[in-house]
Design a protein. Structure first.
Length: 128
C-alpha cells in the first residue's frame, strides 16, 4: 500500500518524498524562500511551522473523543481563556474585571465570586 500526502497546493507526493523534503527544509536558512508549498513562495520557517502543525494534528486525531463535545467549540475556548485571565488577574494583582462573572461552568463551580457591598470587592473561594 502506497501512502500519499497531499500538499497545501493540491499536489500529492509519496511518504518518502515528503520525509526527504522535511529534512531538506530543516537544514535551510529560516528566511530562505521556498517555491512549491503553496501557490506563492513561503519562507522555510513558515513551512516548518505548517509541517509541525500537521504532524501534531495527525497525532491528536487518534485521541478518543477528538473534536466531539462542547469543549471543542471556539466560543467555549475563548470564554475559558477569558475566565482564566480574570481569575489570574484577580489572584495576582487584585484587578477586578468590569464584567464580574465567569462564563464557563467549570470555573464557576471551582471559583465562586462573592461580591461585596460596593460591588467591587470580590472573594475567590477555591473549591476542590
Amino acid at each position: 500500500m502506497k501512502r500519499i500526502i497531499v500538499l497545501p497546493n493540491g499536489r500529492a507526493c509519496c511518504l518518502s518524498t515528503y520525509s526527504s523534503s522535511w529534512r531538506t527544509v530543516k537544514v535551510l536558512d529560516p528566511d530562505a524562500e521556498v517555491i512549491g508549498w503553496e501557490w506563492y513562495p513561503l519562507t522555510a520557517r513558515e513551512i516548518l511551522c505548517d509541517l509541525h502543525a500537521g504532524m501534531h494534528a495527525r497525532i491528536n486525531r487518534h485521541i478518543p473523543g477528538f473534536g466531539r463535545g462542547r469543549k471543542w467549540d471556539d466560543r467555549y475556548q475563548l470564554d475559558q481563556q477569558r475566565d482564566a485571565r480574570r481569575v489570574n488577574d484577580y489572584a495576582a494583582h487584585r484587578l477586578v474585571d468590569p464584567v464580574n462573572r465567569l462564563t464557563t461552568p467549570e470555573l464557576q463551580q471551582r471559583f465562586q465570586w462573592h461580591h461585596g457591598n460596593d460591588g467591587l470587592q470580590i472573594t475567590l473561594r477555591n473549591r476542590p
